[in-house]
Design a protein around this ligand. Structure first.
Ligand SMILES: Cc1ncc(COP(=O)(O)O)c(C=O)c1O
Length: 351
């Protein structure tokens, strides 16, 4: 399928002259910076944050590039992947005219972001096995369909979406296919970032909020062709990643071994939690999980949810979500937290 980025982009974005910041215009090693109206005296802190951060986050991207095997020009960093999602709508979708395809039950921000941007959503429910209804998607696509969002592993169902179906979409759709891999580190499936050279219409989202344990610093990644990344960079706020987050990310990215140990441990814990939960008589089903959470079908989900809250354990009630009827979503915690969860649920029987 022919892919023409210029045709897909909103005309105002195609013609946009981006803001040029002080740090865009001078990048050298000068010692006196009187160009950005900063406070040259410092910050009232033990560490100085008086200078604007690198708008292109070159140091963080250089490290990520080595870890991910993706060249720097193919990487965008956002204030969480939620920022990348919002930029996709703003750059590609004309409010009130264009539409995107969502595959519920899935991550809620795609729809919220669409609504904020006044972009119509066409929702094609996943099959009962939580896979893509390929015929439904094909029928829904029209000349105003700009983006298909695929979440794999999917939130809240925890399963991976069939790779061949995602490939079929990318190969046959003339708009963008966004594959949100927020939970890819826990998956048996391999990432799509190696396919970027093959497909010009592929955008892969990942985040430091999950396996990397950095939800608090707000850093998400989009991987795509250079020309798509240039669009992200044009539209983003000039200093979208603050200096503190950039420094902390750099530090954390040197600790790959710690992250890999946690991933292995969480997968192990996940399987243990599943094997113990499934023994409980009020647990009806647990979807095979490729993520750091599980979707558990129960006899009385709301009752269990409230009982857990009363015992200081917060899970996510998903029982009102279509195709997730009867389900609560449970994140895999530390071994101690998981034991507490299981023991508390065992006591539910007697409560
Ligand atoms: C599928 C999916 N994508 C993206 C995000 C948000 O990531 P970030 O913290 O990078 O904004 C989440 C968070 O729950 C998620 O479940």
């Amino acid at each position: 399928m022919e892919f023409d980025l210029k045709k897909l982009l909103r005309t105002n974005i195609l013609n946009l002259v981006p803001y040029s910041s002080a740090r865009d215009e001078y990048k050298g090693e000068a010692s006196v910076f009187l160009d950005a109206n900063e406070n040259s005296y410092g910050s009232p802190l033990s560490r100085n944050y008086n200078r604007y951060p690198d708008p292109m986050q070159q140091a963080v991207k250089a490290k990520l590039s080595l870890i991910k095997g993706v060249p720097v020009p193919n990487i965008f960093l956002g204030n969480g992947s939620d920022e990348a999602i919002d930029i996709l709508f703003r750059a590609f979708c004309r409010p009130g005219i264009d539409n995107v395809i969502l595959l519920p039950p899935t991550y809620g921000m795609y729809e919220v972001s669409a609504n904020i941007n006044d972009v119509q959503t066409k929702k094609i429910l996943l099959t009962p096995e939580y896979q893509i209804d390929m015929e439904g998607v094909a029928e829904a696509i029209d000349e105003h369909t700009k983006i298909i969002f695929v979440c794999s592993p999917n939130n809240p169902t925890a399963n991976s979406i069939n790779r061949s179906d995602i490939e079929t979409l990318i190969a046959n759709f003339s708009g963008l296919v966004v594959v949100d891999e927020a939970y890819i580190n826990y998956s048996r499936q391999k990432t799509f970032i190696q396919e970027l050279t093959e497909y010009g219409n592929l955008v892969v989202l990942q985040t430091l909020s999950k396996a990397w344990g950095l939800a608090g610093i707000r850093m998400g990644m989009a991987f795509a062709s250079e020309e798509i990344i240039e669009v992200f960079n044009k539209v983003k706020p000039p200093y979208n990643i603050n200096e503190a987050s950039q420094q902390l990310a750099l530090e954390a990215l040197s600790n790959v071994d710690q992250v890999n140990d946690w991933i292995r441990e969480i997968i192990l814990q996940r399987e243990q939690v599943i094997s113990k939960l499934i023994e409980l008589p009020f647990v009806l089903n647990i979807v095979p999980s490729d993520a750091n959470f599980i979707l558990v079908k129960m006899v009385d989900p709301l009752g269990v949810y409230k009982y857990l809250v009363d015992n200081g354990i917060i899970t996510r009630d998903r029982s009102k979500v279509q195709l997730c009827e009867g389900c609560i979503r449970i994140t895999i915690g530390t071994p101690e937290e998981n034991v507490l969860l299981i023991n508390t649920l065992r006591a539910y029987l007697k409560s």
